[in-house]
Design a protein around this ligand. Structure first.
Ligand SMILES: CCCCCCCCCCCCCC(=O)CC(=O)SCCNC(=O)CCNC(=O)[C@H](O)C(C)(C)COP(=O)(O)OP(=O)(O)OC[C@H]1O[C@@H](n2cnc3c(N)ncnc32)[C@H](O)[C@@H]1OP(=O)(O)O
Ligand SMILES: NC(=O)C1=CN([C@@H]2O[C@H](COP(=O)(O)OP(=O)(O)OC[C@H]3O[C@@H](n4cnc5c(N)ncnc54)[C@H](O)[C@@H]3O)[C@@H](O)[C@H]2O)C=CC1
Length: 310
């Protein structure tokens, strides 16, 4: 059921054959991830409703999308400023904002949830959406660490539920992990894979196992970096330099922590510590608790392991 998408601009597969019939999606959460997902969805021709808790937050999200799109335009339309302007205004024009997720359900084919990493809050949201959304609407979560099955259990549409795990920054990172729970139908899973292709991401399939693929490997590494600092083995700067120059990572673990957000890291650690109390890897981190307690959440708050204040 492929259809030709005529709205793409140059550099974004103007002749691409759309893989799915997902035309409208609702992205819930306009933070780091939600704004990136909304941006890429709109720039690949989808109509997007982006939802958050207040118009203030949504205005900031739209401003961030505008800045990120400028970077894309600078690169992709270096020799075509008019084309760049058109791409930017068409993309922004496909994004509408709302403070009510329920109000967006009527017209939506796909929900991507990217709110705070807390099971109870995600379940409450999805149970409300389940009552409001049309039968065909597929629900997904972008959770980093919560089992998709636990989130889906708050709904009656387990066959139309899956995980779409994007990576930060979404406009740059090429990977999308597509997760199925045992009840996810083949039809739903195939639609999610096809949607990933429409988003111009490379997809990998994964069962609903803790951390999926990337975070199963990344989280222990990040935890050990913080433990090294807590033990006084080395400074954040030296650990970051070592991993960049010695292991070829684009960012060291402390730069990446600040980029991901220390509040999100704490939600992940606390959640896994509750779910796997026997695993010493997930014991609380006094340093992380202190920083988050002081409101030092990383780049987004101006300070984390490093300072970003100008
Ligand atoms: C004991 C306690 C421990 C706590 C335990 C918990 C641990 C939890 C950890 C797990 C976290 C889970 C998060 C998750 O679920 C999954 C993730 O997303 S993990 C993060 C994955 N991301 C990365 O690893 C990013 C690595 N970094 C990079 O790739 C680069 O540094 C980055 C692209 C961010 C920036 O590149 P850099 O060269 O440094 O800077 P430039 O500014 O020059 O950018 C390069 C290039 O990219 C373009 N660009 C950058 N950002 C954007 C953007 N937002 N929008 C659009 N374009 C962007 C920029 O314009 C440049 O383009 P050029 O054409 O090259 O000029
Ligand atoms: N930060 C990262 O690098 C990555 C995060 N994730 C996951 O994505 C999700 C979002 O993370 P971030 O974007 O980093 O968080 P964030 O803190 O930047 O943004 C979350 C947004 O959700 C909004 N929100 C909270 N509750 C809401 C509700 N009930 N309804 C509507 N909006 C609500 C907040 O106002 C905030 O704007 C989390 O599940 C996280 O684990 C996944 C991949 C990478």
């Amino acid at each position: 059921m492929a259809s030709v998408c005529k709205t793409f601009s140059r550099g974004f597969s103007s002749s691409a054959i759309r893989q799915t019939t997902i035309k409208h999606l609702t992205v819930i959460g306009g933070g780091l991830m939600g704004s990136g997902i909304a941006q890429v969805a709109a720039s690949t021709g989808h109509q997007v409703s982006m939802v958050d808790q207040s118009d203030d937050i949504l205005n900031k999200s739209k401003a961030n999308i505008g800045k990120s799109l400028q970077r894309v335009v600078k690169k992709k339309f270096a020799d075509d400023p008019k084309g760049g302007e058109q791409f930017l205004s068409e993309t922004m024009g496909r994004i509408e904002t709302s403070t009510s997720a329920v109000a967006c359900m009527e017209k939506t084919d796909l929900v991507i949830e990217a709110i705070v990493e807390n099971l109870e809050i995600k379940q409450k949201l999805f149970s409300e959406l389940d009552a409001a959304a049309p039968k065909h609407t597929i629900f997904t979560s972008n959770t980093s660490s919560i089992p998709i099955g636990d989130i889906a259990s708050s709904t009656k549409r387990l066959d139309r539920f899956g995980g779409l795990h994007f990576f930060n920054p979404v406009p740059v990172m090429k990977l999308l992990e597509v997760i199925r729970i045992p009840a996810t139908s083949d039809e739903t899973f195939n639609k999610l894979l096809a949607f990933g292709k429409d988003m111009q991401k490379a997809t990998v399939n994964c069962k609903d196992t803790p951390g999926f693929i990337v975070n199963r490997l990344l989280v222990p590494y990040m935890i050990e970096a913080v433990r090294m600092l807590e033990r006084g083995d080395a400074s954040p700067r030296d650990i970051d330099t070592a991993m960049k120059l010695g292991a070829g990572y684009p960012m060291g673990p402390f730069e990446l922590s600040d980029y991901v957000g220390l509040d999100t890291m704490k939600f992940i650690l606390d959640g896994w510590s509750k779910n796997y109390p026997e695993n010493p890897l997930f014991r609380p981190s006094p340093m992380l608790d202190k920083l988050v307690g002081e409101g030092k959440l990383g780049a987004k708050s101006g300070e984390g392991f490093y300072s970003y204040k100008k």
